[in-house]
Design a protein around this ligand. Sequence first.
Ligand code: GLN
Length: 205
Amino acid sequence: MSLNVGILSIQGDVQENLLSTKSAIDELGLDVKVSEVKTPNEISQLDGLIIPGGESTTIGQLSLVNGSLKILKEKIENGMPVLGICAGMIMLSKTADDRVIGKTDQPLLDILDIKLERNSFGRQKESFEADVSMDLIGIPKFNGVFIRAPSVSDVGSGVEILSKFNERIVAVKKGNVIGTAFHPELTVDTSLHKYFVNLVNSSKK
Ligand code: GLN
C-alpha cells in the first residue's frame, strides 16, 4: 500500500510544495502519493504532512474553524512526520511573537517547544536568499529563500538546531517534526523534500 503525504492546502504556497514533493518521490523511486488536504477526514488518512509557508494567522484561523487544527495536533503528537515551512513552522510552535507588534493572539498547534519571532528579518521587501547548511541531516549546502521569515529565539529540551543564519536559528527538528524558516519548495534543490519523504517512509516501516 502506498504512503500518503499531504500538503495542507488552507492557504500558502501549496502548488510549489506539491511539485517539489512529486520530484522528490520520483527521484527516490518510492511508492508514495502526495495530495492536497484540507478537511479533518483527508488529514486523518495521512502518513506525513507538509504545512506550507503563507500567512500563519490565516492558516491557523481557517484550520480552527474547519475543525482541522485538532486532528492535526493529534496526528502529529502520535508520531506522524511533519515539515512546517515558515508559516508552517510558526503553526507548529508553542509561542510566536511578531518582531514589531509583539504578542499576537493566533491559533497555534503548540507542538514544538520553540519560541518564535515572526517577521524576524523584516517585511516583504527585506526578503533575501542565502546559503544555509543542515549538516545534522546530511544537507551541507542549501539555497535558503527567506520571505518574511521567522527565526527561532529559544528552543526547549530535545529540540535539535539544524541550521543557523547570522547567529539566528532558522531550522529545527525534534523527532519527526521539522521546521524551517526558509522555503525549500522555491529552489530547484529537492534535498529537504527527499529527506522528508524518506522520513515518512522509514517511520511507517
Ligand atoms: N510572516 C509570515 C507569518 O507570520 C510567514 C511568511 C512565510 O510563510 N513566508 O505567517
